[in-house]
Design a protein around this ligand. Structure first.
Ligand code: KG4
Ligand code: ZN
Length: 342
């Protein structure tokens, strides 16, 4: 294997992570999560996350270097998430990355977190085919992206008009009395439930919605439907089956995510699809998408679940791609951009 040795730092939300790659080869990906500190609040508390990044950054860096069996003197470039994300969290990673690049006198790249979620599949399956349709589903974003070049030519084809898919998972988990983050626990509960038990709505699939929002998503109606269902059961004194509600909710999310993504491929003449973001770890989404892509003649790429959630390797591999494409490094003065678009 060859290519630049890139160290990537990710700190946009509640994971402090350092990844090291050589070109497209994964050498280390250490993640320290502060999720347990946030669990009792039912969501990420920004101030708590920032402090946790500050504590975890250097130990995580040291673990990643040891795992990759290298030292800082060998590193060719530093890549870091510059946005989008929580401002106080981004600032910790950016400060660490700028300092390292300045002291080591190596190029510095401030990169987009969302693009990193798409790029990470390169570590599992090699360079991305183009064009490729990316379904990016995370805690803060739900987007369909037409990617012609991962280092700079990306168009948004569709997006959520309200909640992100991961946000819906987290809110529904709370309604069901399950812990935060909701995605993994709902995924697990759904294994023992009946996906046909409750007919939850599929957002923006009615004909009048499709005219205006062909490839857009909406999950707030689904979340409200789950809330109504739980309220009604409580009022009527009929206990609900958490497993059945989880399975039915998960089916509704997977159904609309996969349906619109496959339709977009067909309509835009795109033959390849790639999944990215924390919700791409979802077992039902992964299998249903594989089934529907196969039927539609679309080749699907799914990064291993451990690479779907936030991690430093996704930023490192995007950095390696950017370097190999000959893009100029970023200035050491760039700010954190909490609302950075793709
Ligand atoms: O990409 P990510 O790690 O962070 C953001 O950039 O937001 O995504 C986190 C989201 C959370 O909402 C979490 O509940 C969801 O991904 N998630 C899942 C699963 N694992 C994580 N959602 C559904 N099924 C899963 N297995
Ligand atoms: Zn993310």
């Amino acid at each position: 294997m060859s290519g630049p040795l890139v160290l990537g730092i990710e700190s946009s939300c509640d994971e402090t992570s350092v990844g090291i790659v050589r070109g497209t080869e994964l050498l280390a990906n250490e993640v320290a999560s502060s999720v347990e500190l946030h669990a009792r609040f039912g969501g990420v508390v920004p101030e708590v996350a920032s402090r946790a990044h500050l504590e975890a950054m250097v130990p995580t860096l040291e673990r990643a270097l040891a795992k990759a069996d290298t030292d800082l003197g060998e590193v060719d470039a530093i890549a870091v998430t510059a946005g989008p994300g929580l401002m106080g969290s981004l600032v910790v990673g950016l400060s660490a990355a700028k300092t390292l690049a300045s002291v080591l006198k190596v190029p510095f790249y401030g990169l987009n977190h969302l693009v990193g979620h798409v790029a990470v599949d390169i570590l599992d399956h090699g360079p991305l085919p183009t064009p490729v349709l990316a379904l990016l589903v995370s805690g803060g974003h739900t987007q369909l992206l037409e990617v012609r070049d991962i280092t700079g030519d990306i168009d948004e084809v569709g997006t959520t008009i309200d909640d992100a898919a991961g946000e819906a998972y987290d809110k529904v988990a709370r309604l069901l009395g399950l812990e935060y983050p909701g995605g993994p626990v709902i995924d697990k509960a759904a294994q023992d439930g009946d996906p046909k038990a409750v007919a939850f709505p599929r957002g923006l699939t009615a004909r009048h919605d499709m005219a205006k929002h062909r490839f857009d998503y909406s999950f707030s109606g689904l979340k409200t439907a789950v809330a109504r269902y739980v309220e009604r059961s409580e009022r009527d004194g009929e206990p609900i089956s958490v497993d059945d509600v989880a399975a039915s909710f998960q089916e509704a999310v997977a159904d609309v995510l996969t349906g619109k993504a496959v339709d977009a491929c067909q309509e835009l003449g795109i033959k390849h699809m790639v999944l990215g973001g924390g919700v791409a770890a979802n077992s039902r989404l992964r299998t249903l998408m594989a089934e529907r892509c196969e039927k539609a003649g679309v080749e699907l790429r799914r990064p291993r679940p451990g690479l779907c959630t936030d991690n430093g390797a996704m930023i490192a591999v995007l950095g390696a791609q950017v370097i190999e494409a000959g893009r100029a490094p970023s200035s050491l003065e760039i700010p954190a951009d909490s609302g950075m678009p793709v």
